[in-house]
Design a protein around this ligand. Structure first.
Ligand code: F6P
Length: 325
């Protein structure tokens, strides 16, 4: 392994820059050449390669987003697109690639390696959703839950002043990880997630009981992928059926995807970045580098993708005891 490439792909997440930095610095530490690919798989197809040196990654560890840019590439889903990507990798004499992203990123890498097995891909989990099997945490999740928690704290202030019921929608297309942690940490009355069946009747009962106990402001945290629908849909469904007559909806949206990464995310990103380069040097391929109980682990792509991380029982236990629904 003489030359390694690194790219970020799919939705960005805070800590991706720290991870790029770790990959570049580790590669140079082991006397390997390293290049960055701009805009993920799309840049791979369009030959957007940039030489990386220590200076290329200086002063980025604290920055959100990704200096390499990212994309969700439709072209890479085609045989022609992947063939062009392969030609470019060969032209630049790259034998190992570090792909930082989520399940879409690893699915792309897996398909590519089935067609071109001489290129070794190693993945690093970077997504705010934390929905990848095989790692306790993904890069960006810790920052996102803190961003969401602070936003909900702010909403609580105004909800309390105006005696209002708020539905706050947080990200999480298929998973309730962001909703559970940010909801518990901000003392939400109810948390609605895709993993459990949302009962509108139960929600109505809970909010009505709270109101009867003179609780005049309430927060319901809703994961965007909740089985009943997002925050707007749920607020519509209960309108007129609860004593609260002043209801507001806030969708936090992409504010959760940006911002300076937390210490935990920077450290995780740094450790996984080192692990990925060391795995490539050890001739490993087709794996995601994860962290479980503080240990680095190698998870085959097909496992990381298929077995979407399910909520750990302790999370639902905490939620069930401290929240009403
Ligand atoms: O996968 C991360 C994520 O932030 C999801 O929580 C969200 O549904 C999605 O990305 C939004 O994607 P986009 O930025 O393409 O709208």
């Amino acid at each position: 392994m003489k030359k390694i490439a690194v790219f970020t792909s799919g939705g960005d997440s805070p800590g991706m820059n720290a991870c790029i930095r770790a990959v570049v610095r580790t590669a140079l530490h082991y006397q390997k050449e390293v290049v960055g690919i701009r805009r993920g798989y799309q840049g791979l197809i369009e030959n957007e390669f940039v030489d990386m040196q220590t200076q290329s990654v200086s002063n980025i560890i604290q920055k959100g987003g990704t200096i390499l840019g990212t994309a969700r590439s439709k072209d890479f889903m085609t045989v022609e697109g992947r063939a062009r990507a392969y030609e470019n990798l060969k032209r630049h004499q790259i034998d190992g690639v570090v792909a930082i992203g989520g399940d879409g990123t690893f699915t792309g890498a897996k398909v590519f390696m089935e067609e071109f097995p001489d290129v070794h891909f190693v993945g690093i989990p970077g997504t705010i959703d934390n929905d990848l099997y095989g790692t306790d945490f993904t890069i960006g999740y810790d920052t996102a839950i803190n961003t969401a928690m602070h936003a909900i704290d702010n909403i609580k202030d105004t909800a309390d002043s105006h005696s209002r019921l708020f539905f706050v929608e947080v990200m999480g297309r298929d998973a309730g990880f962001i909703a559970v942690r940010s909801g518990v940490a901000s003392g939400a009355e109810a948390i609605l997630i895709p993993e459990t069946k949302t009962s509108i009747d139960e929600l109505i009962n809970t909010l009505s009981e709270n109101y009867a106990r003179k609780k005049r402001s309430s927060i319901v945290v809703v994961a965007e992928g909740d089985d009943f629908g997002g925050a707007y849909k749920i607020s519509e469904a209960i309108k007129g059926k609860i004593p609260y007559d002043d209801i507001r909806v806030t969708v936090l949206g992409h504010v959760q995807r940006g911002g300076s990464p937390t210490c935990n995310d920077r450290f995780l990103a740094s450790r996984l970045g080192i692990g990925a380069v060391e795995a490539l040097i050890a001739n490993k391929k087709g794996i995601m580098i994860g962290e479980q109980c503080h240990k680095l682990v190698h998870i085959p792509f097909e496992k990381a993708i298929k077995h979407n991380q399910s909520l750990k029982p302790y999370l639902t236990e905490v939620m069930n005891i401290l929240c009403s629904v």
